[in-house]
Write a protein of this length. Sequence first.
Lengths: 277, 380
Amino acid sequence: MNGKSNLGWTVIGAASAVLLAALWAAPLLWALSTALRPELETVSADFHWLPQTWTLDAFARTLGAGNLLRWLFNSALVALSVTVVTMAISLMAAYAFSQLRFRGRSLLFGLAMLAFLLPFEALLVPLFRTMNQLGMINSYAGIVLPQVVSPVVIYVFKQFFDGIPADFREAAVMDGAGPLRVLWSVYLPISGNIVWAMAIVTFIAAWNNFLWPFIIVTSNDMMTIPLGLTQTYDAFGVRYAQLMAAALLGALPVALAYVLFQKKVTQGFLAASGLKG
Amino acid sequence: MASVTLRGIEKRYGDNLVIKGVDLDVDDGQFVVFVGPSGCGKSTLLRMIAGLEDISAGSLELGGKPCNDVEPARRGIAMVFQSYALYPHMTVAENMGFALKLAKVPKAEIAQRVERAAAILQIGHLLERKPKALSGGQRQRVAIGRAIVRKPEVFLFDEPLSNLDAALRAQTRVELAHLHRELGSTMIYVTHDQVEAMTLGQKIVVFNGGRIEQVGTPLELYERPANLFVAGFLGSPRMNFIPATLAGEEGATAAVRLPDGSVAEVAADVARARVGATLTLGIRPEHLRIVGEAGHGAIAATVGLVEYLGDVVLVHLQVPGVDGMLAAKVGTGGATPAVGSRVGLRFDAGQAYLFDEAGLAFAPSRTRETLQAGQTAGIQ
């Protein structure tokens, strides 16, 4: 009885997992299927799951027209810059909040965490005004700077550092290391997986960010991929195959990054959750 | 090598005073052990010497130089942590050479000093391993090696053997004593284990509640404890304590009345006490003899528990009027009394201690040496 019941639940569980995976993958596969059709077929009244005529024409046109390579470059530069600077700031802030003793530490940490409560949208106008006054409209610095302070990342790192035995820091101090050296040579290597996980999450968020680049960028040459896709629509009219090809090309680097670092991201989240560390 | 001098050292956390004015001199090349129960402040004091904790009041001198505000790395001190604190991402060689690397010592010299320390500790074959691939004993050696390569003037050890099993602990104790002889450095060692304290220390400092209870050689502390705390802390099993009243004094011998009404003699100078004063009689388990039966001046007792430890038998005894059980160490050669049997207890006057109401020991009288040499006075 028990064995049969268990088998039944296993089958139901597996079927549910396949169904959910199919639901999740369907839009992606549909985008791929659309991108591999001739433009005419995408607006045909006859519905087909797969292209009747297979072609890479949409990809070729997307790469040949518009400004896609430039937008890819912009996205890569912005996402990498945001990731590197966010990691540097967050690691130093988290180390200070976790390991150093100084007057006003709790108050400062509380203020940093208060930023959780402020939606980014509420800061759009003051941020835009500030960037405008600094002459950073349509500049990489203008796109990057407002994205580099992340209370969530600081909080996660602080929690992780709190769990590292203080003996490591004290041993390093006895060895002659200052705070930055302790962070760089001891805490950072020990926290490798969680840093990778946060870096990937930050990279993906920065790559996909639409709102802030939409506000700060007006020049076509400074656009990132999410912003550029809206331009693709305007530039090509209703050309679904090319739109899907551009979307897929834009998402490719992020997907690639995730696949490459998937193991580290998973280990990092497990370490942060305390399940393994 | 350097001496360590503490004068009026205090440590305060808010309103909480945890180190209450410590004065201590550690000579050049001496092996000093801080011992005491958990929370007595011994580790805190060690950390203050290391520079990991600020000193709230008082002065610290290392090699005659004031060091209260000197950075930990500039004090000429190396510390071995209880957890060893080996950097998990570095190899053994990198762990040992990290301090030298930070001090910008040339690579060739780092390698040479690491190899020399590894040779002393016989860990040369482990240099390329990561800490996770080492056993507890090997990690402990690496932690000591990391301290040795810095050529410190003072070594600090914070309970370094507490994570090892009993056999390895005994072996490492011997090796540490050998290392001290070889290096000749000043060493301060914190432990709550009295066996480590007694076997390693040239000088033992007994702490309790943030204060020093007594300082002395292991033998001084064991044979002449200054108070009830030290008498009870050093020795395993601990010293037996029996409530008593001063019945009289005759020459160098004090007569004390025990709870069962019998009178015992102790070779102690009780001139500062008055007759009738409440005292505590202390007898170490190895000095308590079990005789066939009570009476004829022997204390009546009932055997509550017998523990066979291989080389010795511990007999736990219930005595009317005494809280808890007394312990007696007897050899394995003779007959061991059965649990529940009634026996008599005797002791020698020269091997018992007396403490006043405040717990302070009365000095042993001059006759003690004579009595310890063989004369039996003891219980009447």
